[in-house]
Design a protein around this ligand. Structure first.
Ligand code: ZN
Length: 326
């Protein structure tokens, strides 16, 4: 991959940070697997084709230390990933997530890059960032799930709380799959404002995210799940999005996390939604406005799913182009 060896900031320190490099690209499960190691390159080629490589701050992937991963995950689970990563034998879940050799190290680069992006945003090096290989929203505290080894979203939330002392955090997810690993880990957390538009769980993995799931106990009302019918298009998305926008506005977040999975675009091989990349641009534009209103523009986008390479390239390039407009 053609990436410069140090950060560049042609347009000054406020340009968004984008993480690219082989250490991040390597997170994947081998050629032929939907979550293969070619996804980052597919995005970056498109980003370069429209000149974004000369406009964003290119950041080198960073590895997270084990103790940072354990802000969210149990030590026993992390130990298991380390062991199976060394042997490369078996699965880390029930059959979607193979223990690829070196998967621990690759997963640590996903987490470390997300945490580095948060650090850069909160220290003023940028106001927005995009980590293409990230948003691994299915992993639970004690187990892998659905191509997700470490839940960088969950680790980001824990880090924003413990290290940066923020409380009110918005997590918005437009991936075709429900962000169950984030939802159930923070279901009782009244200051994690979770909004998720996803294909109805009756038709798609992981089967959760019903409209009635709004949070438990003191957190009731702080979660918004919007199941979309198979075949839902941009018009359906724009209409449903209005609810997400009002929800996030009411939350008055101190930081916005955005999982912009591209598997919700028409033509994805494993889902049935039919948005176009315009949906991702729209969501980014509106979240950026909300971030400016509530939290100095602080917005971190994470790539999430997307298994049609052309779709993810166009969707994520669109996300970064919109972030450039800040
Ligand atoms: Zn997905």
């Amino acid at each position: 991959m053609n990436v410069k060896n140090k950060d560049t900031s042609m347009d000054g320190p406020a340009a968004p940070c984008v993480y690219v490099g082989d250490d991040l690209a390597r997170y994947g499960f081998g050629e032929g697997h939907p979550f293969g190691p070619d996804r980052l390159d597919a995005f970056w080629q498109q980003a370069c084709a429209v000149g974004l490589d000369r406009q964003v701050q290119q950041c080198i992937p960073v590895s997270a230390a084990r103790m940072l991963v354990e802000r969210f995950h149990t030590p026993a689970y992390v130990e298991r990933v380390i062991g199976q990563s060394a042997t490369g034998v078996g699965y880390l879940d029930n059959g979607d997530t193979p223990a690829f050799p070196g998967i621990y190290e690759s997963a640590c680069y996903v987490v470390g890059s997300v945490l580095d992006a948060i650090e850069r945003i909160l220290t003023g090096a940028c106001r927005q960032a995009f980590v293409p290989v990230a948003g691994l929203h299915h992993a639970r505290r004690d187990r892998a799930a659905g191509f997700c080894v470490f839940n960088d979203c969950g680790i980001a939330i824990e880090t924003l709380r413990r290290q940066h002392h923020l409380q009110r955090i918005a997590y918005v997810d437009i991936d075709a799959h429900h962000g169950d690993g984030v939802f159930y880990s923070f279901e009782e957390d009244p200051e994690l404002f979770f909004a998720d538009l996803h294909e109805d769980g009756r038709y798609l993995y992981p089967g959760s995210g019903m409209a009635e799931e709004t949070g438990r106990g003191a957190a009731r009302g702080t979660k918004l799940n919007v199941p979309m019918p198979p075949g839902a298009d941009d018009d359906a998305f724009f209409k449903a999005w209005e609810r997400v926008e009002a929800f996030v506005d009411d939350a008055r977040p101190q930081f916005i996390l955005f999982q912009c999975g591209a598997d919700s675009i028409a033509g994805d091989p494993i889902t049935d939604l039919r948005y176009s990349p315009a949906a991702h641009r729209h969501a980014t534009r509106r979240l950026l406005q909300l971030a400016r209103r509530h939290c100095q523009g602080h917005l971190l986008a994470m790539g999430g799913g997307g298994y049609n390479r052309r779709n993810l390239a166009l969707a994520w390039t669109g996300v970064v182009e919109v972030l450039m407009s800040d």
